[in-house]
Design a protein around this ligand. Structure first.
Ligand code: XMP
Ligand code: MG
Length: 184
């Protein structure tokens, strides 16, 4: 599947399926090195992180457990506001555990910094963050991202879990949405 299959909605393939796979191999190897001898609780942020979680976790050899959170950050259209509401909380107690938050994309970083603060208050042993994608805006927020796949330009991207209006999550690659689709 490539950008042509999506008609004129995508302007290009930004990161191919193969490039994603190679990068996840690297991230998993780094995670295995850093967490050697420990057990990790992977916390996936729904819905966007499902693909990253599935593909990254299968490359990790360190013992892991997995849990999910769904949050919504209030904001209009494609911008987040930093005011976050929990739609689905974790089902596990994270006290004393080594948490690795698994994200699809960090844009402003506001959602993530809220999440880190929220999970920190539950007294885990440690918290680290892994994200497949990061936009330049994220640099403005003080969140340490231990594992980042790709630094991408500030364009709206879809695919591999990321949606526009609920669509395109099933694309196996990351594509750039054509501006006409979101009224640009
Ligand atoms: P912040 O700005 O708080 O928000 O870091 C991160 C969340 O915003 C969404 N987001 C995107 N979703 N394509 C998407 O499909 C994008 O280019 C994009 N940029 C931000 C996403 O839900 C992410 O978790
Ligand atoms: Mg997300």
């Amino acid at each position: 599947m490539d950008a042509n299959d999506m008609g004129r909605d995508l302007s290009k393939v930004l990161i191919s399926e193969d490039e994603i796979a190679a990068k996840l191999d690297e991230l998993a190897a780094a995670i295995d090195r850093d967490f050697a001898g420990k057990e990790v609780l992977l916390v996936g942020v729904l819905n966007g992180a499902v693909m990253v979680m599935a593909d990254l976790s299968r490359r990790i050899h360190t013992p892991v457990t997995m849990d999910w959170m769904a949050v919504s950050s209030y904001g209009s259209g494609t911008k987040s506001s930093g005011v976050v509401r929990i739609l689905k909380d974790l089902s596990t107690d994270v006290h004393g555990k080594h948490i690795l938050i698994v994200e699809d994309i960090i844009d402003s970083g506001l959602t993530l910094s809220w999440l880190v603060r929220n999970l920190s208050s539950r007294e885990p042993a440690s918290i680290k963050v892994a994200t497949l994608l990061r936009k330049p805006e994220a640099a403005k927020v003080e969140v340490d991202v231990a594992y980042c796949g790709f630094d991408i330009p500030s364009e709206f991207v879809v695919g591999y879990g990321l949606d526009y209006d609920g669509r395109y999550r099933n694309l196996p690659f990351i594509g750039t949405l054509a501006p006409h689709v979101y009224g640009g």
